[in-house]
Design a protein around this ligand. Structure first.
Ligand code: NAP
Ligand code: HSE
Length: 430
């Protein structure tokens, strides 16, 4: 049996996990693929780094670009990361040389997904990236294959393990943001630049790729509205709990009359929805299809084992000759969907203000909301301010248009009685 000859470029959290899984599970992988999966070459930045991984007789390639053209390589696994530079050069070169490519690199796919799919198709090779979205959850395969009979109206979920870990730990233990982030980095969950995680960029990369597969459209990362979790405070987490919500960083893509809405931002989700209880490094994806209805997928979204599990599943498909169009349809059939403007988004809002505690303040706030035709569902204020320090006031709105809400918040922020910039978190109807 001719083995599938694999080159692994990048031996960090994911690359090391892939090499280990291929080694430890060799017997079942051979049985499932119909032939052995063999690592013939590896490369990373530093040869000197101590790596406790079973590399066997795989040769070291000091310039990973050479893996793209090596005669003894059938498939290049790119687990270096980054939308440009070494990872991008390697993937382009491998596809040009007619090698299959498996990658976990959502940044690369978010920026160049449709172009890379066209190149793979032209070369007649696979471009597979299950690990790029939701780590160990095989959601791309599920949407593309198991749910191929459906048109989707919406896909959404928790797509960043680092943020979910931070928000869960802050809520459960009251620990500080920075401490929990350091722990997520130590576990290998965070991106090389962790601001990609906490500023929502990583989830936005994944959402753009997920939407590409669900809606068979050209990946359009620039159209994603992105906000991260830096401004979510312990006070917001506590108020959300009091109001019957949890705070999650959600990524949502929905197709409506205005086009495709793609957004990543912290959300208040009702405590009685399944996604409210997805904690720690776990991710979840919910799809809404016209014939099947709602499907919920949950699993570990980051870390060596779960990510390697997804990479290796792609390798098994390639070894067995199962090569699917990367975004579900041939590259020239991918549609360009118009981007629905965020200002037209309609939803409920949580607003936290820090205001002077004196007569007339609430009347001034509500007058602005009235002018913008925003109706209040509930309001919370606890205690009484001592001196000038002010008190927190939380408002929950009925459904309002995003443009009206942002206009109202900028006016509210200019009131003399408002001590800090207003904090707004969207409430999601799930
Ligand atoms: P990582 O731990 O930082 O590892 C990156 C690897 O790439 C290292 O082995 C590094 O070499 C190597 N590398 C960096 N620049 C290179 C260059 N110019 N030439 C050759 N090798 C280079 O990253 P990771 O967490 O494994 O992530 C890898 C990819 O998987 C990224 O696209 C990431 O977004 C994606 N991903 C990660 C996870 C996760 O949980 N970590 C989950 C899903 C997807 P040295 O070891 O010598 O420094
Ligand atoms: N940094 C990413 C996360 C890794 O925390 O979810 C998985 O893609």
């Amino acid at each position: 049996m001719q083995p599938l000859r694999i080159a692994v470029a990048g031996l960090g959290t994911v690359g090391a996990g892939v090499v280990k899984l291929l080694h430890d599970q060799a017997d079942i992988l051979t049985a499932r693929a119909g032939r052995p999966l063999k690592v013939v070459a590896v490369g990373a930045r530093s040869k000197k780094k101590k790596r406790k991984i079973p590399l066997g007789r795989a040769r070291w390639e000091s310039d990973v670009l050479n893996l793209a053209t090596a005669a003894d390589v059938d498939v290049v696994v790119e687990v270096i990361g980054g939308s440009e530079g070494a990872a991008s050069d390697l993937v382009h070169a491998a596809l040009s040389a007619g090698k299959h490519v498996v990658t976990a690199n959502k940044a690369l796919l978010a920026h160049h997904g449709a172009d890379l799919a066209r190149r793979a198709e032209r070369a007649g090779v696979a471009l597979a990236f299950e690990a790029a979205v939701a780590g160990g959850i095989p959601v791309l395969k599920a949407l593309r294959e198991g749910l191929a009979g459906n048109r989707f109206s919406r896909v959404y979920g928790i797509l960043n393990g680092t943020c979910n870990y931070i928000l869960s730990e802050m809520r459960a233990t009251g620990r500080a943001f920075g401490d929990v982030l350091a722990e997520a980095q130590a576990h290998g969950y965070a991106e090389a630049d962790p601001s990609f995680d906490i500023d929502g960029v990583d989830a936005a990369h994944k959402l753009a790729v997920l939407a590409g597969v669900a809606f068979n459209c050209v990946v359009n990362f620039k159209a994603v509205h992105v906000e991260g979790i830096r401004h979510v405070s312990a006070a917001d987490i506590a108020f959300a709990g009091e109001l019957g919500f949890r705070i999650k960083l959600l990524a949502l893509a929905s197709l409506g009359p205005n086009g495709l809405e793609q957004r990543v931002h912290p959300c208040l989700v009702p405590i009685d929805t399944p996604i409210a209880h997805v904690d720690g490094v776990f991710n979840a994806v919910v799809s809404e299809g016209d014939f099947v209805g709602r499907n919920v997928f949950e699993g570990r979204g980051a870390g060596a084992g779960p990510t390697a599990s997804a990479v290796v599943a792609d390798l098994v498909d390639i070894a067995a000759g199962r090569i699917a169009p990367p975004f579900g349809v041939p590259a020239n059939a991918l549609v360009k969907l118009p981007a629905a403007p965020m200002r037209d988004h309609v939803g409920r809002y949580y607003i936290r203000l820090h205001v002077q505690d004196r007569p007339g303040v609430i009347a001034d706030l509500t007058a602005i909301l009235r002018d913008e035709k925003i109706s209040i569902e509930s309001m919370l204020q606890h205690g009484r301010a001592k001196g000038d320090e002010g008190v927190p006031v939380v408002l929950v709105s009925h459904e309002a248009r995003e443009a009206s809400m942002s206009h109202a918040l900028s006016r509210i922020g200019r009131l003399r009685a408002v001590i800090e910039s207003p904090r707004m978190i969207r409430i999601e109807a799930l």
